[in-house]
Design a protein around this ligand. Sequence first.
Ligand SMILES: Cc1cc2nc3c(=O)[nH]c(=O)nc-3n(C[C@H](O)[C@H](O)[C@H](O)COP(=O)(O)O)c2cc1C
Length: 89
Amino acid sequence: MPTEGGKTMNKESTSTGSSAEKYPSVFRKLTIGGVSLPNRIIFPAFQVNYANTDGTVSEKLLDFFIGIAKGGCGLIFTGAAVVSPVCCL
Ligand SMILES: Cc1cc2nc3c(=O)[nH]c(=O)nc-3n(C[C@H](O)[C@H](O)[C@H](O)COP(=O)(O)O)c2cc1C
């Protein structure tokens, strides 16, 4: 793990502090109605073209959003994808 001035740094750390120290509001919990978010980092609806050709949800699309969630995003809006048998893109 990299060190600076004898201080161990993780990937969030910089010589001037962690992201949470620099931007505390972004990392504050938020409750809207009955939904609680761990932070205020939001991924907007964004079509990445990873759905199947008929618009249905693919493994690649799921993997993409799992990666975004594991990265710590507090709320994810998915982009265009078909989630109903009576719907199409
Ligand atoms: C490349 C691109 C793809 C987008 N895909 C979607 C989408 O699939 N579904 C949707 O509702 N909005 C989509 N949007 C709209 C964004 O979620 C957002 O509402 C829009 O960019 C306005 O946000 P802004 O004012 O912060 O730029 C897309 C925007 C961009 C630039």
